[in-house]
Design a protein around this ligand. Structure first.
Ligand code: 5RP
Length: 228
């Protein structure tokens, strides 16, 4: 194990991106998430592109990066199951429960993760938390339901704001909007995810508890720690 005491956050992301290659099964299709840490994984994956069939991607951004590196991208509908899905997180707790969606790709991330037998989370140590909720919780919503969903979060002590891009509501790959919810403490991630998913107009809540990470490769000052 390397001892990267002086590595930057970006270098830690590179380290875990490379470490994730050990979970890629030769001859198969790999599930690929979204974000700056996953970008490091995609770059590393290029080194073994001739020994995999390709990837199923969770965003147009990841699809473009994969294709630019010559890695074939399959539609999720062409694939019945994946051995592994590799993705980052905004927060991860000791049970492998995560908050995701900082890159607005949470819905497709859940769809691809649902195809996979194993979820491998790659993250730098700053993402490890005791309890979820410090990072503003992303929720993809259908725009006509925005106000009622904001009121529901307010009733539980959360402040939900529409994520903006260049002064206008950000539009996801699915044509919907993102609410970022501050002020929540998510004590029971499984129950919370189930409950919010039932609200009319919620496309996807960014708590990944029912699809928790089975393995987490955490980039720390001591090197890559494997939590499972
Ligand atoms: C995108 C995500 C990302 O995995 C999450 O935001 C972490 O991103 P990064 O690796 O850039 O910190 O959920 O929707």
């Amino acid at each position: 194990m390397t001892t990267p005491a002086s590595l930057t956050q970006d270098e830690l992301k590179t380290l875990v991106g490379q470490a994730a290659l050990q979970y890629v099964v030769p001859g198969e299709i790999v599930g690929v998430g979204t974000g700056s840490t996953v970008n490091k994984f995609i770059d590393a994956l290029a080194s073994m592109k001739d020994s995999i069939k390709g990837a199923v991607s969770s965003s147009t951004a990841s699809t473009q990066r994969l294709q630019q590196l010559g890695i074939p991208v399959f539609d999720a509908n062409e694939v019945e199951s994946l051995s592994v899905y590799i993705d980052g997180a905004d927060e991860i707790d000791g049970s492998g429960y995560m908050v995701k969606g900082g890159g607005a790709a949470l819905t497709r991330e859940k769809i691809v993760a649902a195809l996979a037998k194993r979820f491998v989370c790659i993250a730098d140590a700053s993402k490890r938390v005791e309890a979820l909720g410090g990072f503003p919780l992303p929720v993809e919503v259908i725009p006509m339901a925005t106000s009622q969903i904001q009121r529901r979060f307010a009733a539980m002590g959360g402040e939900a704001t529409v994520r903006l891009k260049d002064g206008s509501p950000l539009v996801t790959d699915n044509g919907q909007h993102i609410l970022d919810v501050r002020g929540l403490v998510i004590r029971d991630p499984l129950a919370f995810e189930s409950a919010v998913n039932q609200w009319p107009g919620v496309v996807t809540v960014g708590v990944f508890a029912h699809q928790r990470a089975h393995v987490c490769l955490l980039g720390t000052a001591q090197g890559v720690e494997t939590l499972s």
